[in-house]
Design a protein. Structure first.
Length: 191
């Protein structure tokens, strides 16, 4: 075996390991979202519970970036759609995904796209990653509010007050946790 053939073989082996690692981490992040998603605290009189699912999505954004992050979120949504109880309050199914609060679940897709883009583009720059998740969360709130308004027959303002305002403080905490913890995990994986 020549030196060139050995280097090519080493590069090919390294590339395979990198792909296996990427697939493994993507699957693990989908599992993290599935574990965190059902954990929720219902608020009195509210249709939308405080869920840790968004924390999983934020972590996926920071750790995986937008491409693999979207895959992790789609896996989560598919698992919930087919009936495994991974949505808030250990619920599942098409009725939940397309019901009044389903816009918040569907909104995870553009959230991870935006936040993951910022994480990819500004890796290690915590302020920019925070900004990306905050923008992604704002888009999530807009989609969720319009969906809730349409499904529940509420005004947009009422849907925003019911489905977003009570969650802003908890979501800000999740954003900071995701950036600092996610960035540390991301750095450890890349080593």
């Amino acid at each position: 075996m020549t030196v060139t053939e050995q280097k090519t073989g080493d590069a090919s082996s390294s590339e395979k390991r990198s792909r296996v690692l990427a697939l493994t981490v993507t699957g693990l992040m989908a599992a993290v979202i599935c574990v965190l998603g059902p954990l929720s605290i219902p608020l009195p009189g509210d249709l939308v519970p405080v869920s840790l699912g968004a924390l999983g999505v934020f972590l996926a954004s920071v750790i995986l970036g937008w491409k693999k992050g979207v895959i992790a979120v789609l896996i989560y949504l598919l698992i919930g759609f087919v009936g495994l109880p991974v949505f808030a309050g250990f619920t599942a199914g098409a009725g939940k995904l397309f019901g009044p609060t389903g816009g918040y679940l569907i909104g995870y897709i553009p959230t991870v796209l935006i936040a993951g883009f910022f994480a990819d583009r500004f890796r290690g720059k915590k302020i920019m990653m925070l900004l990306g998740i905050i923008i992604g969360t704002a888009v999530l709130y807009v989609i969720g509010s319009f969906w809730l308004s349409w499904q529940a027959g509420m005004s947009i303002g009422a849907a925003f007050m019911a489905g977003c305002v009570p969650f802003i403080p908890a979501d800000l905490v999740k954003v900071f946790i995701a950036v600092f913890l996610g960035d540390a995990i991301s750095r450890a994986i890349r080593k």
